[in-house]
Design a protein around this ligand. Sequence first.
Ligand code: AVJ
Length: 393
Amino acid sequence: MRHRAASDNFSRDVFPKGASWSNLPLHPISLQAGTTAAGGATTKRTSLAPAEVPHFDQARERKGPLGYPPPGERLRVDVHIDPDGPGTIAADVRRGLSSPRKRLPPKYFYDDRGSRLFDRICDLPEYYLTRTEQALLEGVADEIVALSRPRDLVEFGSGASRKTRLLLDALERATNRVRYLPIDVSESMLRRSAQALLADYPSLRIHAVAGDYERHLDRLPNGRRRLVAFLGSTIGNFTRSQAQAFLTRVASHLNTGDHFLLGVDLVKDTAVLHAAYNDADGVTAEFNRNLLHVINRTLDSDFDPLAFDHLAFFNAEESQIEMHLSAQHAHEVQVRALALTVPFEAGETIHTEISRKFTRAETEAMLDRAGFTPVRWYEPANRYFALSLAVRR
Ligand code: AVJ
């Protein structure tokens, strides 16, 4: 999604007006050591042969020693936005809307308006995910830093989220100087958030990569001990096999001793899940319909977003929230850029998102199969959301 770099966290105002971190209800946090020794956290880096060393696009790189930005330069932004991006959305929309069971990939939710709507979702009282993860991370960031002792902090689908700041604050307390490497599809968001971080963290260096973290893992600089963060349960947008493949690929780009911090939303009471995706103000419904606005603009189509109902429910068999858009009446939609006519029956749906919900056993098994050894599992007393810290074997 973003696969995008799905989670657009930029400038997110996570809390209701008047609330602050200190007056949020913070559940006691149970720190449960994983089955494996924290000894796995000590550094034992393998060095790759030069030919195998991943590198940033040499043509764009102004190289300094060890791949650092030249002295005085604290921000570098590498842009790897896919030049055939519009081609990609065209192909995805053609395939998805021609299918007998219509579907669209959730990564196209996040244009500027969609990102703003997602910001508002994170503020909703029903959407517990963001504030639960944030409160959790606030309590455990120091331990994560002590265990992983990174020199590079890599974040997939980042922005300048408050979550990142909690890790940076912990790194600062540990006088652990890091380089921050956010990877996100939005270059403008990366630049804005990077500027804000540079102002607040005077010793921080940032090497931002504008690109799709699904496709640009090979751009990760190598050679320094890393902590890779993938927060927000964005991994829930992948199917089980996509998630496994993605984590395996991430692991293959890391060295022994590198750490991975994964945020996962947990299986819970269906009513709580249902409310989080069916908020009273209809923000999630508008976020869902925004996909049709994006397609109208990008592919010159004539969807009437208001002719579709928002549908979100928990599919217990697959352990996932599913979002759909349901046509209120039979009609046809023209997608002019694709010379495509799309017929809808009354009640016919477009499947727009899955948001998988995890258990500890499933999460740790998935990490283990990918080549990581689980080191810590953090969850609040209500078990709404968890952070899993794992080390690359
Ligand atoms: C950003 C993918 C984690 O699945 O909860 C929020 C997106 N969709 N409300 C999620 C979303 C509907 C969100 N992620």
